[in-house]
Ligand binder design. Structure first.
Ligand SMILES: Cc1cc2nc3c(=O)[nH]c(=O)nc-3n(C[C@H](O)[C@H](O)[C@H](O)COP(=O)(O)OP(=O)(O)OC[C@H]3O[C@@H](n4cnc5c(N)ncnc54)[C@H](O)[C@@H]3O)c2cc1C
Length: 519
């Protein structure tokens, strides 16, 4: 297919599709690959093979809910075989694509088997990037896969458990400090959910610590959070986060991460560590990474094999028809590609970009089979929605005019509706709806399971359990107020309790008394 001017309406196809049935191989069953596969599912001329290294489609926008114990992994994933089982022209292969031979038109799987194609759709997405600090990966997990989400959930819950056992106030403070790096939608949603966990969900679950005293810091290198949103939406999101006790530090760069701290440089919240450009340290045992993405390894393999250009993140720069220049038979869509949009801005790396890219590639293949001209890809911006805890969020939906700029409850309700609509699988939609309703009514997060092998790290100075306070009337003959409780240490009276509270230092950071605000 020839290169065309972005503004021209139709492009004549120079790519002949002689073979019928036409063999289409899709690599990646995320948003881009799955929507391409579903669009081609009823074409009798097409024989479709979908390859993914996982046997399920993952709804990444809800991963943070798994990471924060609101949903279970199975509720946001759906087996690809089950999603595509009614497509009689489709074969699903579990395998990892590791090589491409564009001359022979074959991809190579890690198990050694080649898969031939007439047209290839590469939709292998992206993973997080630690810029030039690969060593940070184990210290600050990112959120991209189910395994990442359960690992983050484990670290968050372990931190509260360790704080409950740790007697030393400084070390307890380290356990109860959470740093989220990256103020994009994922970082904002994670920080908001952490605020909610600390101030609401876990409020009554511990005896030695007050979870509401946890310090949650969101660090963003740019001068505001949610950079793709207009500035007033960013300010609104920051206010809503601060109401949840999150300290937002913008204009702040992370320069080092260790097992017990994060080193930052730059602006910072007024009066906070790191203000004024000198490096400073946030003691913390739990650092979560929500900054920077890099194209998948296979996308970079494809670029190398076809001499395609890539951007700094390794994403393949495709033409107006989403194919690689000189290779009209290879589409790259979604997060793996730089899909055209505006003159100065490519399609954003969001689900809609991948869905529209995948659907477009399928439409081009169909039109080629019919020997019809095709239109260049046009991204239609449906807007952005981010949720910030219970009944809070921001929207930026341009086509809805002023109504598209919502905060608070309306934004939250829109977010709920949109995510339910796009979640794959009717049963998942129903279960998630019921779970959300139950969590809303009970303020609970039902899947707070700590899984994995190391259950609790060694506690340097463990202390005996602080027993639950005894209420008047709990014990036979203890009706007199205070008579029994005086004998048993309470959180307020327990050893070292009075001096070791961890107070959020953010503009609106709640002290102990503000717990009830979130109750
Ligand atoms: C935590 C998080 C929250 C997000 N929130 C939102 C949001 O609220 N709204 C929004 O619009 N977008 C959101 N996004 C972005 C959105 O999820 C992505 O833009 C979208 O998933 C990209 O789709 P894709 O098909 O390009 O890639 P993916 O959905 O990542 O799918 C890639 C697929 O390729 C497979 N794969 C990769 N390499 C290989 C290989 N070598 N061989 C075989 N298979 C392979 C993977 O297993 C995966 O199934 C979020 C992303 C994350 C990580």
């Amino acid at each position: 297919m020839g290169r065309v001017n972005l503004h021209s309406r139709w492009m004549a196809s120079t790519y002949e599709t002689p073979r019928l049935p036409h063999r289409v191989t899709v690599v990646g069953g995320g948003f881009g690959g799955l929507y391409a596969a579903r669009s081609l599912g009823i074409d009798p001329e097409v024989r479709l093979t979908l390859v993914d290294r996982r046997n399920f489609h993952l709804f990444q926008p809800l991963l943070y809910q798994v990471a924060t114990g609101a949903l279970s992994p199975g509720e946001i994933a759906q087996p690809l075989r089950s999603v595509l089982r009614r497509q009689r022209n489709t074969t699903v292969i579990l395998g990892e694509a590791v090589g491409l031979d564009p001359e022979r038109r074959e991809i190579l799987l890690a198990d050694g088997g080649p898969i031939a194609y007439d047209t290839l759709i590469v939709a292998t997405g992206a993973h997080h990037s630690y810029f030039d600090h690969p060593g940070w990966a184990s210290l600050a997990p990112g959120l991209k896969t189910i395994e990442d989400a359960t690992e983050i959930r484990r670290r968050i819950l372990i931190a509260f458990e360790a704080a409950e056992r740790e007697a030393d106030p400084e070390r307890r403070r380290e356990w109860m400090t959470f740093v989220v790096v990256g103020g994009g939608p994922t970082g904002v949603e994670l920080a908001g959910a952490l605020g909610e966990i600390a101030h609401d969900t876990l409020k009554r679950d511990f005896r030695a610590i007050r979870p509401g005293e946890a310090k949650i810091v969101l660090v963003e290198a740019l001068d505001r959070i949610l950079p793709p949103y207009p500035p007033d939406r960013s300010r609104s999101a920051q206010r809503q986060l601060e109401r949840l006790g999150v300290e937002v530090q913008t204009g702040t760069r992370v320069v080092d991460i260790t097992e017990r701290s994060v080193q930052i440089v730059g602006g910072g919240a007024a009066g906070s560590a790191g203000a004024g450009g000198s490096p400073s340290e946030i003691p913390s045992r739990t650092v979560l990474w929500a900054a920077g993405v890099r194209a998948s390894t296979f996308a970079r393999t494809v670029a190398a094999a076809t001499a395609a250009e890539t951007d700094r993140a390794g994403r393949v720069i495709v033409g107006p028809d989403l194919t690689i220049p000189g290779h009209p038979e290879i589409f790259v869509v979604g997060d793996a590609a730089v899909q055209p949009w505006k003159a100065d801005r490519p399609t954003p790396g969001v689900a809609q970009g991948a869905i529209q890219g995948g659907s477009y590639a399928a439409a081009v293949i169909r039109r080629r089979i019919l020997h019809r001209p095709v239109q260049p890809f046009r991204y239609s911006d449906r807007g952005d929605v981010a949720v910030i805890g219970r009944l809070a969020g921001v929207t930026n939906i341009g086509w809805l005019g002023p109504f598209g700029r919502q905060s608070g409850f309306l934004a939250w309700a829109l977010w709920l509706g949109i995510h339910l609509l796009y979640l794959i699988g009717f049963s998942n939609r129903l279960v998630v709806l019921i779970r959300w309703a139950w969590s809303f009514l009970t303020h609970g997060r039902g899947t707070r399971l700590i899984t994995g092998t190391t259950l609790l790290p060694p506690i340097e100075e463990p202390e005996p359990p602080v027993l639950a306070p005894v209420e008047p009337g709990d014990l036979p003959g203890s009706a007199a107020p205070g008579s029994a409780s005086a004998a048993i240490p309470t959180p307020a009276a327990g050893p070292g309790r009075s001096s070791d509270t961890v107070t959020a230092t953010g503009a609106a950071g709640p002290g102990p008394s503000s717990d009830s605000e979130f109750g």
